[in-house]
Write a protein that binds this ligand. Structure first.
Ligand code: HEM
Length: 574
């Protein structure tokens, strides 16, 4: 060690280490602090390693020291450089950052690791964010450059085009593939969205209706075959929605409803999504994970599988157009498609299945959970459905969509369990955004957590007032916010104080393109099940367990839900 220290001073290294520390500060202040680096992790690591090798070689050749000493000296210099970067970053974030005036946990100021930890411990981010709002108020700093906001005015602004907010860095998650959902450039998104809109026109939806009806029949068969026994309806709804979307994206079902087992693709897509959730606030880690052989095995397999499916689908067009037909038409119109266009096409195919199935299945499961808990509401809904069937023996989507109480039940369930519970990530314009007396500084990542908005954020009482701690719900936007009351959307409008905070399909230019298809599935499945069956909770089901086990994996992940289905005509005969 002594030789090393004397070597350092003989070479003037101590001043070099000071210099590298200073260089680290300069690199942070003028380089890393500006712009986004999430996609350049591997490039930066490679640059850093190359600089280290060059520096080591220079010391070795120039100063005639041993290779080990050259290596040790290089590491010392690198360490001081990195130390400079981190010291500058931490000082800036805690003392000078533009978000410092917003309240929030101290740990959130330092790093997004805090929010990552909150999101991944039990994957209950929706509850964690709600807790933070109860503690700190309507605007909470959840990361060095991130805010979570519960404010109706800001909610509308953040999602409207004119305010200048764009999609945040989270949308780099699937790179290199850039599906419609992941496009951050407003004009490019508008261009691709026009192609997608054709695939969801009223005419196109009519083409998909028989396919939805076909898989609904398969679902009913599965339920009927287990009549009177507990059925894990959460799994069956997932099988149903994946089969429908497989048909509409790849021209073939995954046959999960008939086989009764989860397709490998569904499992891989879920794994991919959970990894994405885990690192959704540390997006820079993902390019690294995707490039490390072995660690990226499942991701690579998934991409290969998608490429094969897209290839087969292109060679075998279905007899009547599916959603992918429209996307493919758009692709064929590109005069010279690049490799990136091909990758994006795969991304779009994947998007159809993932966006179209997970959210629909979660919404159906939560709705049936509520219906099983509230038999009186289910009876009223069945009454409405029976009346419709009395008028139309073979109702279509138009007929289903007119059922007022059904729509109210769906809305109420989406309110209690919004399928994207922690909200959608957006980034403020570079000049910032002023809303009333609140100024959101430029390039701030913001999220409006729907779950918190829908249920309210009354401040929790201090421990000494534990007697009142049960009074947790805040009727600011909805009266009795934790209760399932479909009538608030029909005959009891006084229970809705501000409906503008309710937008489960989002709104503005990036809103859900598949909303009508999703609603078609929700309505058709609910009507057909309730026409045929009465639904009840299974005896060994603890009613609150479902609520406690719901997870937030960017979209809502529902746990097992065992319900018992009994044919209604059996009951009538009894
Ligand atoms: C109950 C069911 C559904 C719900 C609650 C829902 C909700 C949403 C929400 C909140 C977004 C905005 C995402 C964001 O800004 O990051 C979205 C986007 C999207 N959804 Fe849905 N969705 C549902 C069903 C569907 C279905 C059946 C499809 C069919 C493929 C679909 C396709 C899409 C696509 C492609 C986007 C991206 C749109 C864009 O960026 O322009 N969704 N959805």
């Amino acid at each position: 060690m002594e030789t090393f220290t004397s070597l350092m001073s003989s070479l003037g290294i101590s001043s070099v280490t000071h210099l590298s520390f200073a260089l680290g500060i300069v690199a942070h202040v003028f380089f890393f602090r500006k712009g986004e680096w999430d996609l350049y992790t591997t490039h930066l690591i490679l640059c850093f390693l190359s600089a280290q090798i060059a520096c080591g070689a220079y010391i070795f050749v120039r100063n005639g020291v041993t290779a080990t000493h050259a290596w040790m000296l290089t590491n010392t210099i690198s360490f001081h450089f990195l130390f400079g970067v981190f010291a500058s970053m931490m000082t800036y974030r805690t003392a000078f950052h533009r978000l410092n005036r917003f309240p929030g946990p101290m740990a959130a100021r330092f790093s997004n690791i805090y929010l990552t930890w909150l999101s991944t411990k039990g994957f209950r981010r929706h509850e964690e964010i709600m807790r933070l709002h109860k503690e700190y108020g309507d605007i909470v700093r959840t990361g060095p450059s991130e805010l979570s906001i519960v404010d109706p005015l800001l909610f509308r602004s953040i999602h409207s085009q004119s305010s200048g907010f764009t999609k945040g860095p989270w949308y780099n998650l699937m790179r290199p593939a850039v599906s419609l959902h992941m496009i951050r450039d407003h004009n490019e998104h508008g261009h691709r969205r026009k192609i997608w809109d054709k695939g969801f026109s009223s005419k196109a939806l009519r083409e998909y209706e028989p396919r939805v009806a076909y898989y609904t029949q398969q679902l009913l068969k599965q339920i009927a075959s287990r009549e009177g026994q507990p059925v894990n309806i959460s799994t069956l709804f997932n099988f149903f929605s994946f089969d429908v979307m497989g048909d509409l994206a790849f021209g073939q079902s995954f046959d999960m409803l008939t086989d009764g087992t989860a397709h490998e693709y569904m499992k891989s897509a879920r794994d991919d999504m959970l990894t994405a959730t885990a690192f959704s606030h540390l997006v820079w880690i993902l390019p690294l994970l995707k490039s490390i052989p072995g660690l990226n095995h499942r991701h690579v397999q998934l991409q290969k599988w998608l490429a094969t499916q897209v290839d087969q689908r292109r060679k075998n067009p279905p007899p009547s157009p599916d959603i992918f037909s429209w996307i493919l038409d758009g692709y064929e119109c590109i005069s010279r498609p690049t490799q990136q266009d091909g990758i994006n096409l795969q991304g779009d195919a994947h998007l159809i299945v993932v966006a179209g199935s997970d959210l629909t299945a979660a919404s159906l499961t939560c709705l049936f959970y509520q219906l099983a808990l509230h038999p009186e509401i289910m009876a009223e809904l069945q009454n409405e459905i029976d009346q419709m069937y009395a008028k139309h023996a073979h109702p279509d989507h138009q007929d289903f969509s007119k059922l007022r109480y059904l729509n109210a039940c769906i809305d109420e369930s989406l309110r209690l369990y919004p399928p994207v519970p922690s909200g959608l990530q957006r980034m403020s314009p570079p000049q910032g955004y002023q809303a009333g007396d609140v100024h959101i500084p430029g390039s701030t990542v913001v999220q409006v957590p729907s779950y918190t908005m829908h249920r309210g954020i009354a401040k929790s009482f201090p421990r000494q007032f534990a007697l009142f701690s049960c009074v947790s719900s805040d009727p600011r936007f909805f009266v009795q916010p934790d209760e399932f009351i479909p009538e608030r959307w029909t005959t009891r409008p006084e229970l809705v104080r501000d409906s503008s905070v309710f937008a489960p399909f989002s709104f503005g230019p990036y809103s859900c393109v598949g909303k009508q298809l999703g609603l078609m599935e929700l309505r058709a499945v609910t009507c057909q099940i309730l026409k045929q069956f009465n639904v009840g909770a299974s005896e060994n089901n603890e009613p609150n367990q479902f609520h406690a086990d719901v997870r937030d994996g960017l979209t809502l992940i529902t746990p097992d839900l065992n319900l018992v289905f009994v044919q209604r005509d059996h009951i009538d005969r009894c």
